[in-house]
Design a protein around this ligand. Sequence first.
Ligand code: GLU
Length: 517
Amino acid sequence: MTEVRTRFAPSPSGFLHVGGARTALFNYLYAKAMKGKFILRVEDTDQDRSTEASFKIILESLKWLGMEWDEGPGVGGPHGPYTQSERLHIYKEYTDKLIGDRKAYRCFCSSEELEGKKKQAESMGIPYLYDGKCSELTEEEIQNNLSKKAPYTVRFRTPNKIVIVDDMIQGKVKFESKLIGDFILVKSDGFPSYNYAVVIDDALMQITHVIRGVGHLSNTPRQILIFEAFGFPLPRFAHASEIVGSDGKKLSKRAGATSVLAFRELGYLSETLRNYMALLGWTSPDGKEYMEDSELCSVFDIERCSKSPATFDVFKKLKEEEKETVDFNKLDAAGLSDYLNPKSKLNWMSNKLIRDVPIERLGKEMEPFLADAKIPNEYKSGTHPTLVSILDSVRVYLDRLIQAPPYIEEFFLEDLGFENDEAKSLLLEGNGTIVAKTFYEQILSANPTSPDQYKEIMSGTGEKTAEKGRTLFMPIRSITTGKSHGLELPILFTLLGKEKLQKRMEILAKVANITLN
Ligand code: GLU
């Protein structure tokens, strides 16, 4: 059997967003599952939009996600170079051959002329197709234009036929080539068009499976026609379903199609994002969702990919007014956190993995998030025993690593005080001091060790004082933290432990000038 060879072919004109990363992942997983090769190819023929910065971000994103490529930039391989701008001589060789075989021709029409014809078609409400003006130029006319150095594009002489894309996910899809027209293979700057370069490269790199987003399905008949013109064997095509947001609409650049590196900053582990993305359009044979990497790499199969749109439920549905103003890519992790859907599948998976990973790994992963934490420097190492033990007791409550530092900070907090007058007044107003006293007494006479037990004590305090909601929780928050908002109290209390908690209440009572007993 021939070796399976898949490729991810990003254009370096932005960051790697979830849609692109899902495409990369499907290619990666399929190659792994079939014991084949995963190739990375950089499609930078759009010189105006391609940047070095984007290239670097894409590579970093793939590496963070653990998708190492077998052939490609930095790694090399037998079919390089793997960056299209370094392959222009190869495309030229093939273009000359196509022109020689009369399967392509030079088009000297000026862009103004074409633009005018396009406008005319538009005004008549008909789709624009090139009229083939240059398709039958005589050799003399061509030579004449070339000697005048007239700029030209190279167009494909599209044969008139029905093209059937036999797609592994979308099924058989028919296209009529007469609706495509003679399209451009080489632009006037000498760079190949996407559809052209992709075919030469997929053929020469011996790609067996082209897996990509369904948005590219309409490009496929053009590509098939080029494969056929050269007599190259066709790869199998698989176009993965569209990804939609919680509102059922296509992910937009501003809200949803977020850089995968933002997920690293939000404190998700890379395996979580991978596991989650694998399920965007694919289901495992036994319906299992939470899977280890090794399992994903062995059970993934294109046959189990679905045509129906996949829902990316990571972000909340935006309010009408937010749709105009919000741009996720301009927000930092804290800002972006506000838009996360707390009940997303991603959070569920993330919490599970944070509980499951070896604590040493978690400590290491935690380090970048501790850099700015207000804790003594010696505890900022992910291997410090105290830090590790705090992390170990708090991890079951975390959906993301970024949620841990505030708990760790509270744990180390020494000079307790009220952060502002509001925080203090929450304790001193109304029944606040009674609530605080009652809570203190109840803690003294109990031995709580879990968030549930602390919750119970808080409700007990509520019953005794006939307070509930804000007037119950705020005085408790104030007397234990000196703040008016913040962490989940039962979790914090469990982490601090009864003794430390008691001490904190005594200190804050002194600052507020009240007595607790
Ligand atoms: N460079 C194309 C893109 O980024 C690749 C499409 C393909 O996989 O053929 O969309």
